[in-house]
Design a protein around this ligand. Structure first.
Ligand SMILES: *Cc1c(COP(=O)(O)O)cnc(C)c1O
Length: 381
């Protein structure tokens, strides 16, 4: 399908091509020097001690869950309004995700009150997700974690570059996870990063990233090691040099691109409040500095969401939906513990949420065109 305005678009130029070409010319493709440079740059940018590059955001979440010590019988409280990978990563370890509701239709992040209501003796951790790059209420959540002796894992897949009280999101809990999937704020195609200030955890994550082996192919290539031991049942979750090279260039563009996303979000918000004041704009008020990853709106209860999406499609506008709640998926039926609605706010907004196009190279005229298309779709033009 040829969209007039796509949902997301890359900011790739000759810099990315040159960086990749340089790696190809070096004739070393798997994890090595460039990946280390990317990790160091990412750690420095986030003001965090350790950054560990991995194959994708889901691998980052899995490594976070497993190295924090989650396993069978443990419960982890997490939102249902997130991408399924957040909860899948918990289940890979044998632990059980327990779904909390969100705060309100204007704050789509996990509700601290809902978290506290779900804590049991089996609860080991809270996995938050900074929806759209908007900060969860980390101050209250960290206080809960301290009170009940729980670990906090941050799914910061939307939130690269976002801040709260001057501290980068992803760096508030014990461990934070980022994704560099193709539609994220910075991309390497597939890729991810785990960040932590805990030395011991970082060492475990590095070990588990590469088969639980005590030395890397890279060390042996440089003649630093002849032999190795395998001390854990690890994985192959490594990043490669091609992706790391893309990541370094993309990281350099992140601040400017996030600023553009924030400006375009502002423009959307002012146009909607002027032209379609009955549309609810989540995060019109929000904590901290957002990375403005996506542009969600809530249409009125009485309007059919699919009908609006269909009309936008006919007008050449690619829209989306974040997210079908996880506890409604077939593979998650075990998580339904009460009659519907078991997560009333999540379920209500999931019927009404539409995600509109937003990307850093988007022109103001395209924002105008999208808002006009929504007017037409709602018969309010
Ligand atoms: C993209 C995303 C992930 C998964 O990242 P991948 O790199 O695609 O594995 C996890 N959680 C959220 C909220 C995401 O948006």
């Amino acid at each position: 399908m040829n969209w007039k305005i796509p949902l997301a678009d890359l900011d790739f130029g000759p810099e990315e091509s040159t960086a990749v070409q340089n790696v190809l010319n070096s004739r070393w493709l798997t994890m090595g020097e460039v990946t280390q440079q990317f990790e160091q740059a990412f750690a420095q940018y986030n003001q965090v001690k350790h950054a560990i590059a991995v194959a994708n955001g889901t691998a980052a979440l899995h490594l976070a869950c497993t190295t924090i010590g989650l396993g069978r019988g443990d419960e982890v409280i997490t939102p249902a309004l997130t991408f399924v990978a957040t909860a899948n990563a918990i289940r890979y370890t044998g632990a059980t995700p327990v779904f909390a509701d969100i705060v309100s239709p204007t704050d789509l992040t996990i509700s601290p009150e809902s978290i506290e209501n779900l804590i049991t003796e089996r609860t080991k951790a809270i996995m938050v997700m900074h929806y759209g790059g908007y900060a969860c209420d980390m101050t209250t959540i960290l206080a809960l974690a301290k009170k009940y002796h729980l670990n906090v894992i941050e799914d910061a897949a939307h939130a690269v570059g976002a801040e709260l009280e001057g501290r980068k999101l992803g760096c508030w809990g014990e461990v934070g996870c980022f994704s560099f999937f193709s539609n994220k704020n910075m991309t390497t195609g597939e890729g991810g990063m785990v960040v932590t200030n805990d030395d011991e955890l970082a060492a475990k994550i590095r070990l588990m990233r590469s088969h639980g082996m005590t030395t890397l192919t890279w060390d042996r290539h440089r003649g630093h090691a002849w032999d190795y031991d395998v001390v854990e049942l690890g994985y192959n979750y490594r990043m490669d040099e091609i992706r790391a090279a893309l990541g370094l260039v993309q990281l350099g563009k992140l601040e400017k691109n996030n600023e553009n996303r924030r400006r375009l979000t502002q423009l959307y918000h002012s146009m909607f409040s002027y032209l379609l004041p009955f549309i609810i704009l989540p995060f019109a008020d929000h904590r901290g500095l957002t990375s403005a990853h996506i542009m969600p709106i809530l249409i009125p209860d009485v309007v059919d969401r699919i009908w609006v999406l269909e009309s936008l499609k006919q007008q050449g506008i690619q829209a989306s939906h974040h997210y079908p709640p996880i506890h409604r998926f077939s593979a998650y039926q075990f998580a339904i513990t009460t009659k519907p609605p078991c997560l009333p706010i999540t379920e209500n907004i999931a019927e009404r949420e539409i995600t509109l196009p937003l990307y850093p190279t988007m022109g103001d005229e395209n924002v105008h065109a999208v808002v006009r298309a929504v007017q037409v779709a709602l018969g309010a033009g």
